[in-house]
Design a protein around this ligand. Structure first.
Ligand code: ADE
Length: 237
């Protein structure tokens, strides 16, 4: 039986999903509120983890240890790293990695994102969740969905120089601040995951202007995809 953990970093990313939950029990750990109940009939826990990689990883560990989740989704907004991805478009993770982790100076064989001792640099998302998320995304915003890599770091990316560095280091479609850590923590716990993101800005010199204008609509679209995914998983059971 599936129990879906759903993580968003900010209020705007989780607020409507919380409103859709039924039979909720709320508890607090590490300063985060966990809403444990049902979403479209599927057992689910929704939580706002806060911005950044450490918050995200902590949250995954709590979901695994204390709430018995079997599957994990991260929903939220992202900056586009590719010309074909416009504001409002949707990205589903094939895999996720860090763009701000490097041990290159220690050993030039270490690529960006590669963590010494781990045999993967990009953490693969679960095939079934990716397929379900992609079909949910196509229902919500037909023709505006891409599946590919997501690159995360503890930085809001807002310059074309930084953007092109991240693209050449990672080949990712979009960038945000939690997905890589959620993928990493899920991978270590052997919990299948997928990241669903909607584009709020282009991660270049226009990002500071665009982000506040498009954040809410993008977050809402992504939450709708997540809800649609939950309902598909419920029907697949
Ligand atoms: N989330 C949304 N836009 C972003 C950006 N440009 N950089 C990092 N995280 C983001």
């Amino acid at each position: 039986m599936i129990k879906l953990g759903i993580i968003g970093a900010m209020t705007v990313e989780v607020k409507t999903l919380k409103q859709q939950m039924s039979g909720m029990c709320v508890s607090k750990r590490a300063g985060m509120e966990f809403f444990d109940g049902h979403l479209d009939g599927l057992p689910a826990v929704i939580v706002q983890c806060g911005v950044g990689k450490v918050n995200a990883a902590l949250c995954v560990q709590i979901l695994c240890d204390c709430f018995g989740i079997t599957h994990l989704v991260n929903t939220g907004v992202a900056g586009s790293l590719c010309a074909q991805l416009d504001i409002g478009d949707l990205v589903i993770s094939q895999d996720a990695m860090y763009h701000d982790f490097t041990c290159h100076a220690l050993n030039p064989n270490y690529k960006v994102g590669q963590i010494p001792g781990l045999d993967v640099a990009a953490f693969p998302a679960d095939d079934l969740l990716v397929r379900c998320a992609e079909s949910a995304a196509q229902k919500i915003h037909p023709g505006h969905v891409r599946v590919g890599r997501i690159a995360s770091g503890d930085q809001f990316v807002a310059s074309k120089e930084q953007k092109s560095q991240i693209v050449s280091d990672t080949g990712a479609l979009c960038t945000e601040m939690e997905g890589g850590a959620i993928a990493h923590a899920a991978w270590r716990n052997k919990v299948p995951f997928v990241i669903i993101r909607a584009i709020s800005d282009k991660a270049d010199d226009s990002a500071q202007m665009d982000y506040p204008s498009f954040e809410a609509a993008a977050a809402e679209r992504c939450a709708n995809v997540t809800q649609c995914l939950a309902s598909q998983l419920k029907n697949a059971e």
